[in-house]
Design a protein around this ligand. Structure first.
Ligand code: GAR
Length: 205
């Protein structure tokens, strides 16, 4: 599959996907990186010679125009599959519709808890700690019209200890994500995911 990765920050998950392709774990290759603003992930992609697009929703007259511009870029680059790796904006409806069950997101907590609009990065980890949770983790899910809502593909947990800070928890969860996200992409590239209503099932090879 040719992948588009949507990013808004550092892009360590993006770099990890590129590495997993170079190592041969993934057949899929990143062909396009899209962000809502200039960020470290865009800089690394440019350095790696990957095509990039920066599209700030606020600079478009409407959400529809923003969506069409993203969809156009995906089509021009012949993208098969979209991965949100730290993308902090809502994916336009027209993209979700055109890429039905072909857009996934990684979220740094165990959904359906600690997700939704405004729940990203350190805010998620702080909320998990404030709630006194004993475990947290990462979730890969298919993207639908709502934030952090579509069918769950993979989840994995880490223990939360009494002296964890949002930063230490983020670091543990990032390590999980570097395994979980490539594993999820691989399930799709091998055509092993079937979506039935709210549930995504996968088949062993
Ligand atoms: C990741 O931990 C990802 O789960 C999170 O942003 C981080 C991006 O890190 N995503 C969200 O919070 C989305 N709700 P990275 O830029 O180093 O890959």
């Amino acid at each position: 599959m040719k992948l588009a990765v949507f990013v808004s920050g550092k892009g360590t998950n993006l770099l990890n996907i590129i590495k997993k392709h170079e190592e041969g774990f993934l057949k899929s290759e990143v062909g396009l990186v899209i962000s809502n603003h200039d960020c470290e992930a865009i800089e690394s992609s440019t350095r790696a010679g990957i095509q990039t697009k920066v599209a700030d929703p606020k600079s478009f007259a409407s959400e529809v125009e923003f969506g069409n511009s993203i969809l156009d870029a995906l089509k021009k680059s012949e993208v098969d599959f979209v991965v949100l790796a730290g993308f902090l904006k809502k994916v336009p409806e027209v993209v979700v519709k055109n890429f039905e069950n072909r857009v996934i997101n990684i979220h740094p907590a165990l959904l359906p808890s600690f997700g939704g609009k405004g729940m990203y990065g350190m805010k998620v980890h702080q909320a998990v700690i404030d709630a006194g949770c004993k475990v947290s983790g990462a979730t890969v899910h298919i993207v639908d019209a709502e934030y952090d809502h579509g069918p769950i593909v993979l989840q994995r947990c880490v223990p939360v200890s009494g002296d964890d800070t949002p930063e230490s928890l983020a670091s543990k969860i990032h390590q999980l994500e570097y395994e979980l996200l490539p594993e999820a992409i691989k399930l799709f590239e091998e055509n092993r995911v079937k979506v039935e209503g709210r549930k995504a099932r996968f088949f062993l090879s």
